[in-house]
Each structure stands twice: as structure tokens, then as C-alpha cells.
Design a protein around this ligand. Structure first.
Ligand SMILES: NC(=O)c1ccc[n+]([C@@H]2O[C@H](COP(=O)([O-])OP(=O)(O)OC[C@H]3O[C@@H](n4cnc5c(N)ncnc54)[C@H](OP(=O)(O)O)[C@@H]3O)[C@@H](O)[C@H]2O)c1
Length: 288
């Protein structure tokens, strides 16, 4: 299958769904125990049509990037959309350039389709960080600039500081965690031509246990599983894309059943209003 793309007014396009790699190759430390399974999962995802792979230098101390590198070997690089993130301790100019070249080496590629600041670090001027991001773009080491875990004010400032457009902000957003709605970020992204990429769309699987009544009703109406409804609810919204991690091929297949159809607007809004136990702010320490 071909994963549909969304396109911003400025012309930037990306797939509505990608595979995440947090917890592949370990958490914060490198762990090679499940390498074969993780590589096979990424390759299976590509074979099923997934082109967007999301990783980060901090995942498993760089090992997740190495696994992505091994997984993509033999595939046509130009058909893939690979994103990585620079961590909080590399936001100064030279550190950021070095972090990017090290990440590229681990993935074994000449460029990232999207390079993302993992989170906002108040003690380094965004003007310095964004100058380094612009330089990476000018050197053709990255094709697009993104940020992650930025609130609306930080996103606005990053857009002012960068010469190139900031096309993407990756944040915690799902049926339960609604900070981007409450804080105004979703509205800002929709009005200012930025993708909001929802990380943790399934709340690491927690959303699927004991599905509440409103989710069960949607599953019945659309003949879909809770995971498919949860992912579709995100990508049915303007400017929202998402990425789920899975090392399990059955889960991957299930998640792909979330795309190429749209929920009715009234159902998107019903889930927005009626999904129980909503949280106004993310509970996650944004390391992943
Ligand atoms: N920028 C940030 O700060 C940040 C933070 C968190 C995450 N992220 C990115 O976003 C990606 C997605 O978030 P996430 O990995 O935290 O959470 P997630 O995608 O919501 O959940 C992943 C977990 O759910 C399981 N799962 C996946 N599909 C499933 C299904 N259909 N049924 C049951 N279980 C399923 C996976 O297990 P199996 O492997 O067994 O399928 C895995 O344990 C990450 O991998 C990472 O790339 C970014």
C-alpha cells in the first residue's frame, strides 16, 4: 500500500504515518538483544509501504539510528523519509553540526529528510541553534527543519529565528493527552502551516486496554480496532500526522489499517469531547 501524504501550503509533503524507534535497541542505553526483531520490523514496515522512519541520537545511545541504518540497507533511499533528532545537550552551533554528522554516519545516509530539535532548551539561544539548522540545510545534510516538544511560544520564536520554514513540531498528543489542544498549539500549527506530529498515538498501548464506551462505539461503526480508531482520529485532523513504534508485525499491520479512510467530522469531535480521563498536560519526561 502507499501511505498517503499531507502537504503544507508551502509545498512540504510527508506521509501521514510513520514508524517510531523509541525502545528499539534499548531505552537510554544500548541493548542489542532484540536487534534482529527490530530490524525485521522496520524492513517489514517498509515492505508494507511505510516510508517515514523516526529516530533520534538519544534513543539507545545512538543504537536505534544504527538499527535504522541496517534496516534500510538495500532499499532505494530516495523513496524513504528519514527523520532524526538532535538532543538537548547539542543545541550550540558546533555541537549541533557534529551531532547531525554523527547521526548521519550511524544511519549510513547523506541527508535527513527532516532534522528535529528534540526539545526546547532555554539556556541556549534559539537564534544560535537555528543558525546551525539553516547551515545544515544549506550544506544539504538536511532537507527540512523541525522541532519537538515545543510549546506555541517556543515554536513561534523558532520560526522567527530560522531562515528556512519550520515545517514540523512533534509532541505528545493522543485521545487521552490533549496538551496541544489546551495550550493552543494545534490551532497555531493549523493556522501557520506547520505539521503537528503526534508522538505516542497509542499511549504505548495503554489506550487499547479497557477501551471506553465511546471508543467501542466507534470501533463498531467503522469496523475498526481501538488502535485504528486512535490513529485515524489523529490523522483525520488538519495538519496532524503521527508515528507509532512497533516491533511486532501483527501490530504494524493493524496500525496500517488506520489509514486511507476518514472518520466523520462529528465522530472526531465526539471523541474529542467524550473520550474519558483526558489529561491537560503531558506526563512524559521528553527524553524519547
Ligand atoms: N519527540 C519525543 O519526545 C518523543 C517521545 C516519545 C515518542 N516519540 C516518537 O514517537 C514514536 C511513537 O511513540 P511511542 O513509541 O512512545 O508510543 P506508541 O507508538 O503509542 O506505542 C508503542 C508501544 O505500543 C505497542 N503497540 C504498537 N502498536 C500496537 C497495536 N496495534 N496494538 C497493541 N500494542 C501496540 C508497541 O509494542 P510492539 O512493539 O510490541 O508492537 C509499543 O510497546 C516513538 O517510537 C518515537 O519515535 C518521540
Amino acid at each position: 500500500m502507499e501511505i498517503p501524504q499531507k502537504t503544507l501550503i508551502n509545498g512540504f509533503s510527508m506521509p501521514v504515518f510513520g514508524i517510531g524507534t523509541w525502545q528499539m535497541g534499548g531505552r537510554h542505553d544500548r541493548n542489542t538483544t532484540n536487534d534482529a526483531t527490530d530490524i525485521a520490523a522496520i524492513r517489514a514496515a517498509i515492505d508494507m509501504g511505510v516510508t517515514h522512519i523516526d529516530t533520534a541520537e538519544v534513543y539507545a545511545s545512538g543504537h536505534a539510528e544504527e538499527l535504522v541504518g541496517k534496516a534500510i540497507r538495500g532499499y532505494d533511499r530516495s523513496k524513504l523519509f528519514i527523520a532524526s533528532k538532535v538532543f538537548a545537550d547539542h543545541m550550540e552551533h558546533d555541537a549541533l553540526i557534529n551531532a547531525c554528522t554523527a547521526s548521519l554516519a550511524r544511519v549510513g545516509t547523506d541527508y535527513f529528510d527532516l532534522y528535529i530539535l528534540h526539545r526546547h532548551v532555554p539556556n541556549v539561544l534559539l537564534s544560535e541553534t537555528m543558525a546551525a539548522m539553516d547551515e545544515l540545510k544549506n550544506r544539504e545534510l538536511i532537507r527540512n527543519l523541525g522541532v519537538s516538544n515545543f510549546n506555541t511560544a517556543a515554536l513561534e520564536e523558532s520560526r522567527r529565528c530560522a531562515t528556512n520554514p519550520i515545517v514540523y513540531n512533534q509532541v505528545h498528543y493522543n485521545l487521552e493527552f490533549r496538551e496541544p489542544e489546551r495550550e493552543g498549539l494545534l490551532d497555531y500549527c493549523q493556522k501557520n502551516d506547520v505539521f503537528l506530529a503526534a508522538w505516542r498515538p497509542l499511549e504505548k498501548g495503554a489506550l487499547l486496554a479497557d477501551a471506553p464506551q465511546v471508543l467501542i462505539e466507534m470501533c463498531d461503526k467503522y469496523k475498526k480496532t481501538p488502535a485504528q480508531i486512535a490513529i485515524n482520529w489523529l490523522i483525520s485532523q488538519k495538519n496532524v500526522v503521527t508515528l507509532a513504534k512497533s516491533s511486532n508485525i501483527d501490530h504494524l499491520k493493524e496500525n496500517l489499517g488506520a489509514i486511507e479512510w476518514e472518520m466523520d467530522t462529528e465522530d472526531i469531535e465526539r471523541l474529542r469531547l467524550e473520550f474519558p480521563d483526558q489529561k491537560d498536560i503531558s506526563d512524559a519526561v521528553p527524553l524519547a
